[in-house]
Design a protein around this ligand. Structure first.
Ligand SMILES: O=C(O)CCC(=O)C(=O)O
Ligand SMILES: [Fe+2]
Length: 356
């Protein structure tokens, strides 16, 4: 059953029109803002209010900004700098990673392909490294390791705290999602995306519409906007509040919540004159966890169980091996006859392209 809808405060940034009301504070365009300081350290009443707002953000948007998150800005700068250095290494120092396949723990790639969902050429360079349960990191630049160890630990802790509050927002014990997904052994990947400037950016974009395969994704950027999230059928450009981090809901949250919290569809545009960079820290279930709707949620749902169980490792493999985009990967576990909208594009010619 649904929690009672909290009384909506009117969004001060949107006196009229647009997306109108939003729960709690909100940034431009009504994107919800979650104050982690209040969520973790507020008094009981403040915490339960913040938890309701978090649930509302997951349900209405699948996307929000966190403020007072405790990840030092200096550390974010260091991540950005180290990543730039990695990109600018001579090619032979990166050759092993460039040759790596989707199952390798460290991978550097250049994407240039046509996406027919967006009718655009997608142009993105990326660096991916698995950070948990085993930590992997390129040997150069030498400073990257310490920075990545700390950054991955801090963002993982933040995302796991959010997972507890999200669990509570679903009316479950705080530890329930963590328990069913074995988040102690969670999968975590860091991704640095680099989008070169593209003058006359008509028909060119950075990354085509997709949802992330994990549970929760944290993202920040180099001051150049371009991330868009789908909300109420419209693309909304995400403009971060100073000091905030973006959080996106992933496919595994949609599955465990039995469809109540949907994975957010998102994409990134390129900038005409500036390089855009984004940095992703994605947390998912333990690779061996069989992900399925939490039993209590399915039992309380008149439509019953909306997804079948699947091992996260298999889900990821499926998502990465098939030519698809948007949210087609979820269809493999969707229970037949379900009336949820399906946004799959079976004839798509794009590669699987989300943060893997
Ligand atoms: O660059 C962005 O803002 C989005 C990146 C993204 O969606 C991803 O890496 O999965
Ligand atoms: Fe993504």
């Amino acid at each position: 059953h649904k929690m009672p809808t909290p009384s909506h405060r009117h969004c001060p940034n949107h006196p009229k029109g647009g997306h109108g009301d939003c729960a709690g504070a909100c940034g431009g365009d009504g994107i919800p803002v979650i104050d982690l300081g209040v969520l973790l350290n507020g008094n009981a009443e403040q915490r339960s209010q913040a938890t309701r707002e978090l649930g509302q953000a997951c349900e209405d948007w699948g996307f929000f900004m966190v403020i007072n998150h405790g990840v030092p800005e200096a550390l974010q700068e260091e991540v950005m700098e180290a990543c730039k250095e990695l990109y600018s290494l001579p090619r032979d120092e990166k050759a092993d990673y460039i040759a790596a396949g989707p199952k390798d723990p460290i991978r550097i790639g250049t994407g240039l392909f046509y996406s027919d969902v967006d009718d655009a050429i997608c142009r993105r360079d990326y660096m991916k490294m698995i950070a948990h349960p085993e930590f992997h990191c390129p040997a150069k630049p030498a400073k990257l390791r310490d920075i990545a160890v700390e950054y991955s630990a801090r963002t993982r802790q933040l995302l796991l705290e959010l997972a507890k509050a999200i669990s509570e927002s679903l009316g479950l014990d705080r530890g329930r999602i963590s328990e069913v997904l074995n988040l102690e052994s969670c999968f975590q990947i860091l991704v640095g995306n680099n989008y070169p400037p593209y003058a006359g950016s008509d028909g060119v974009m950075g990354i085509s519409a997709h949802s992330d395969h994990g549970l929760l994704t944290l993202l920040f950027q180099n001051g150049v906007d371009g991330l868009q999230v789908m909300h109420n059928g419209q693309w909304v450009t995400a403009k971060p509040l100073p000091g905030s981090l973006f959080i996106l809901t992933g496919d595994q949250l949609e599955i465990v919540s039995n469809g109540r919290y949907k994975a957010v569809l998102h994409r990134a545009l390129v900038h005409g004159g500036q390089t855009r960079m984004s940095f992703v820290s994605l947390v998912g279930p333990c690779l061996d966890a069989v992900v399925e709707p939490v039993l209590e949620l399915a039992q309380n749902d008149p439509q019953g169980m909306k997804f079948r169980g699947i091992r996260y490792r298999d889900y990821m493999e499926h998502q990465q091996s098939s030519k698809m985009n948007t949210k087609a990967a979820l269809d493999i576990v969707r229970v037949q006859g379900d009336i949820l909208t399906c946004e799959s594009t079976p004839n798509s010619s794009t590669e699987a392209d989300s943060s893997d």
